[in-house]
Design a binder for this molecule. Structure first.
Ligand SMILES: CC/C=C\C/C=C/CCCC/C=C/C(=O)SCCNC(=O)CCNC(=O)[C@H](O)C(C)(C)COP(=O)(O)OP(=O)(O)OC[C@H]1O[C@@H](n2cnc3c(N)ncnc32)[C@H](O)[C@@H]1OP(=O)(O)O
Length: 289
């Protein structure tokens, strides 16, 4: 993984925090700044709860925190599975932090995007069995995060989707391929072009979500499903996953710098900044009402 200077500063700070999952063999919980981690040493399953109020939006620091945790879990031989959920029972994740993209410093904007690419590569390519327990709304980057897992369980009454086109932005090819790989080409064409935010039931009907379970039962269901995934020998499961996901990951790895340049160029356009300003005003005004 390639880290920028600012991210490295954050890594040093993070390393002084108490969470050390390696070698844990009991049920333990730990918290970093924006993540709650419960590690069951017996089953080897880590439950990671996104915990960044108000909406678990991904800014550079939060993405860095997630990347560091992923690296620790990947390196912890006792860890076999990851359940990703939210500590907020209404919002899984509001997606990328829009403030990162408004009046940005180009260097930070580039670092932000590289760190998001890093998060996607580590989650999408994880050796762990990964289950998203989607216990709240999950637009755009929140949907991408869920799409990166092996299995998705969602509570009713929420919405999910890659809604970028509705905001006048183009979902990058690796967002779209993540959707295609889960729902198939036709469904991905419709929901990505239209930028659909789907209800839980609609998402279930197109295969974006594998299972629908009430919010209060979602973690129990995720643990039960995880047991099924962990019945398969790790090595066989991991290599099969890699075989299936490698072409998509390789495409981003080959075009990583180009993808960052495209993003920075696009976001810093006057017209995009203007539209972003209007969108932020709408969000803030809605919050005030
Ligand atoms: C060829 C390709 C070339 C270039 C590529 C270029 C493209 C760029 C691709 C970019 C991909 C982008 C991905 C994204 O994820 S963009 C973010 C999309 N997310 C959203 O639009 C979500 C917006 N938010 C909501 O819909 C609601 O807030 C939500 C999450 C459903 C929660 O609703 P609710 O509980 O009612 O809460 P509020 O709306 O009142 O919000 C509370 C508070 O949070 C602030 N906020 C919400 N979302 C975000 C966000 N994503 N980032 C930052 N801040 C957010 C909101 O403004 C309120 O703040 P306040 O201070 O007013 O309390």
């Amino acid at each position: 993984m390639i880290w920028g200077r600012r991210a490295l500063q954050h890594v040093k700070r993070f390393k002084r925090l108490p969470f050390q999952p390696e070698g844990l063999h009991r049920c333990m919980s730990a918290a970093t700044q924006n993540l709650v981690v419960e590690m069951d040493g017996k089953s080897g399953v880590a439950v990671v709860k996104l915990n960044k109020p108000p909406v678990n939006s991904f800014n550079l620091e939060f993405l860095t925190e997630i990347n560091i945790l992923m690296e620790k879990l990947e390196n912890d031989k006792s860890c076999r599975g990851l359940i990703l959920t939210s500590n907020n029972n209404k919002i899984f994740s509001g997606g990328l932090d829009i403030m990162e993209m408004y009046n940005p410093q180009p260097d930070r904007l580039a670092e932000f995007w590289r760190t998001l690419q890093g998060m996607w590569l580590s989650l999408y390519g994880s050796r762990l069995a990964t289950i998203a327990a989607i216990n709240g709304h999950s637009p755009a980057g929140g949907c991408l995060t869920a799409l990166s897992c092996d299995y998705r369980i969602m509570a009713p009454g929420f919405t999910i989707g890659l809604n970028e086109t509705q905001l006048g932005i183009i979902p990058p090819f690796w967002f779209v391929e993540s959707m295609i790989n889960v729902t198939g080409q036709r469904q991905a064409e419709v929901c990505c072009q239209k930028g659909l935010m789907m209800t839980t039931e609609q998402a279930h009907s197109i295969g974006l979500v594998d299972d629908v379970v009430p919010g209060e039962a979602i973690l129990e269901r995720a643990h039960n499903e995880m047991k099924n995934w962990l019945k398969v020998p790790d090595f066989a499961r991991q290599l099969t996953k890699r075989q299936i996901r490698k072409p998509t990951m390789d495409r981003l790895i080959a075009k990583r710098d180009e993808d960052i340049q495209n993003f920075v160029q696009f976001i810093t356009k006057d017209s995009v900044q203007k539209a972003m300003g209007v969108y932020i005003d709408q969000l803030k005004n809605k919050a005030k009402k």
